[in-house]
Structure formats: structure tokens, C-alpha cells
Design a protein around this ligand. Structure first.
Ligand code: PEP
Ligand code: MG
Length: 362
């Protein structure tokens, strides 16, 4: 494993000796993956795929996919996106060779993909052959008053399964390519976002499995992969025992879990939370440190129920809290297997995980 240099590097080596939890990273660009590896990340806990879709070279195809009124139109756009997604994942698997990689299927607030400028509409109209008037009507149909509680996460996969099918295919094909190059096993962990019911997970897992089987049949080679879920809605935490009968791992998305448990928008919280902390309404900013009495209880309950339903269920956290030392201590107490944080927080998380393990052993 690459080490940080000097005294700090030595400290990190000591810390790693005392650590129980693994430290992974939240990264989706090759540059971030490489930095995280250098800082000692032991895998990717969250590869968000939304930003890949915002790439200027792809956005027209993405808009075509979203705005198509039929599956045929969506599939035409997805065919164009598939090779690009495959190479995104090939690059990531290469950089992270030998380490686990969790890739989360698309979870955008939909409105971020919609065209706004006249020239955006022109580009989509040209690519899709659909008139600008029809595209505008479709955009108004898709408008949401509260996109963060709207048609995002697996809800998108339920309505447009072909998007998740394309992504699953790209992941499996990329994993087979890199496994072929290195001769080492690549075991992708495919993660379904914003799951609320077991049925959602079941439907999405079926899409992933079908796509994987099609790739195996076409290429004559197989590999192992896992399908797991984010736990980022209170309902999912409550239903964790049932969901764990289907899901092979859980990753706690504490950004959304905090937003939905407290009913405070993660995007607007800054406006009044400091007053709340000053006046003792909340002990700390709950979007930074796990709110032990609220989100914390849900995490520990879901971990318990999940593990009771599935022996050895792998548990991690990938919300921003995964890089917060106080929250990392909490994760140790709950017995999570890993924390995942942004690349530059990896050394802090290694240290905090070691301190937490030491404290727990006393
Ligand atoms: C989360 O909700 O905690 C999470 C990691 O997902 P995102 O921040 O991408 O919504
Ligand atoms: Mg989330």
C-alpha cells in the first residue's frame, strides 16, 4: 500500500496497526481515485455516477435519454453513453486494482439534467429528431417543486430501468476487461440509491442481474459481483431486516438520512443551524457529526436488523459523516466494517478509526 512520507507516514502506519474499520473513499474521477490511494484509501465506498453524465460531451445524449417519450428513444441515447461509461469504470478499476469498488447507479436530481438555454434544446432536437415544442412540453411535465424528494435515486431506475441496465452492463464489462488485463479478480459492488422498499431493491437487482447475465452469455466469461443498497431514508432503516434478505451490503447515506430524519434540507441547513447549535437545540451540526439521538439510532438499529437477517452483511457509511472523527467513533461502536470519505480526509479517518478502536478496547 502506498504510504504518506515522513513522520506523518510513520504515524499512519502505527494508526493502521490499531485500526479495525477499513477506510475507503468517495471518488469518481481518476485523479481523485489516485489521490485517495496515495492517502491510503482501501477501496471506493461511493463512486457517484451523476457527474459522469454531466460531462459536456455527453449531456446532449443524457438529455435525449431523459426527454424521450419512449423506450426506443431512451435506448438510442443509452447506446451512445455505454462506451463512455465502460471506459469510466475501466479507468477506475485499473487505478483501484485489488481493492473493492462500490459504484452507485445514477442518483440525480432530475432537474439538473434538463435543458435550460435555447441552444440546449436545439442540440437535443437535432440529436433526437424530436421537435423543440415537444421537448419543452416534456420538460414542463418533468418539473418538480422539490427535486431532492422527487424523482431521483432508484425511482429513476424504476421508471426507466434501461438506464440502470446500461450502467450495470458497463460495470460488468469493465470489470471483465480489467480482470482479463491483470489476471486478478475484480468484484464490483453495485449500489442502488434511495431505496425505500424491499420491492424497489428487488426490481433493481433483477435489472442488474439480467444485464450481468447478458454480458456473461455474450463473452463466455463470468465474475462475481455484489448488489447492495444505500440506507438513506428512515423507511429503509426501519425495513433493514427485510431489505437485508435481498441486499448483499448496506452503505449508510447519512447526508440524505439526516435530511429526511430531521426534515431539514441539506442544501439550506446552513441558514439557521448555527443558531440552533448556539442555543443548544442540537448539540452539533447534524450534517457534519452524526446526530446520535436521531440518525445515529436509525443507523445502529438498521445495522442490527440487517445483520440479524444476513450473517456477515457488510456495512459501511458514505455520507459526509464518514470523514468526521466524532462520527467515526460512533461507527466503531456500531461495528461498521468501513467508513468512506472524500480523498483528502482519508488520513484523518485512518487516525480517527485507530483512536476509536483503541478507545473501544479499553
Ligand atoms: C448520502 O445521501 O449520504 C450520500 C452519500 O449520497 P449523496 O450525498 O450523493 O446524496
Ligand atoms: Mg444520498
Amino acid at each position: 500500500q502506498p504510504q504518506l512520507a515522513g513522520d506523518f507516514g510513520t504515524l499512519m502506519v502505527w494508526a493502521d496497526k490499531g485500526r479495525r474499520m477499513k477506510v475507503r473513499t468517495n471518488a469518481e474521477t481518476p485523479a481523485d481515485c489516485a489521490v485517495a490511494r496515495e492517502f491510503g484509501a482501501e477501496g471506493i465506498g461511493l463512486c457517484r455516477t451523476e457527474h459522469m453524465f454531466f460531462d459536456p460531451a455527453r449531456i446532449t445524449a443524457v438529455r435525449q435519454m431523459i426527454l424521450s417519450e419512449n423506450e426506443k428513444g431512451r435506448r438510442a441515447a443509452l447506446e451512445r453513453l455505454l462506451p463512455e461509461q465502460r471506459s469510466d469504470f475501466i479507468e477506475i478499476f485499473r487505478i483501484m486494482a485489488g481493492l473493492p469498488v462500490t459504484i452507485r447507479l445514477l442518483d440525480p436530481p432530475l432537474h439538473e439534467f434538463l435543458p435550460h438555454r435555447e441552444e440546449d434544446y436545439q442540440e437535443v432536437a437535432q440529436a433526437s429528431g424530436v421537435s423543440i415544442d415537444v421537448l419543452k412540453r416534456r420538460v414542463s411535465e418533468l418539473h418538480e417543486f422539490n427535486p431532492m424528494l422527487g424523482h431521483r435515486g432508484c425511482r429513476l431506475g424504476i421508471t426507466y430501468p434501461e438506464i440502470y441496465e446500461m450502467q450495470a452492463r458497463a460495470i460488468i464489462e469493465a470489470a471483465l476487461t480489467v480482470a482479463g488485463e491483470t489476471g486478478e479478480a475484480v468484484v464490483p459492488e453495485i449500489m442502488i440509491p434511495l431505496v425505500m422498499t424491499t420491492r424497489e431493491f428487488e426490481l433493481m437487482k433483477a435489472v442488474v442481474d439480467k444485464a450481468a447475465e447478458a454480458v456473461f452469455a455474450a463473452g463466455g466469461k463470468r465474475l462475481d459481483y455484489l448488489v447492495g443498497t444505500m440506507i438513506e431514508l428512515p423507511r429503509a432503516a426501519l425495513m433493514a431486516g427485510e431489505i437485508a434478505q435481498q441486499a448483499e451490503f448496506f452503505s449508510f447515506g447519512t447526508n440524505d438520512l439526516t435530511q429526511t430524519t430531521l426534515g431539514i434540507s441539506r442544501d439550506d441547513a446552513g441558514k439557521f443551524l448555527s443558531t440552533y447549535v448556539d442555543k443548544g437545540v442540537l448539540p452539533k451540526d447534524p450534517f457534519v457529526s452524526i446526530d446520535i439521538d436521531g440518525v445515529g439510532q436509525l443507523v445502529s438499529m438498521a445495522a442490527e436488523r440487517g445483520r440479524a437477517a444476513r450473517d456477515g452483511l457488510k456495512l459501511g457509511i458514505c455520507g459526509e459523516h464518514g470523514g468526521d472523527p466524532a462520527s467515526i467513533h460512533f461507527c466503531e461502536k456500531v461495528g461498521l466494517d468501513y467508513v468512506s470519505c472524500s480523498p483528502y480526509r482519508v488520513p484523518i479517518a485512518r487516525l480517527a478509526a485507530a483512536q476509536a478502536a483503541l478507545r473501544a478496547s479499553k
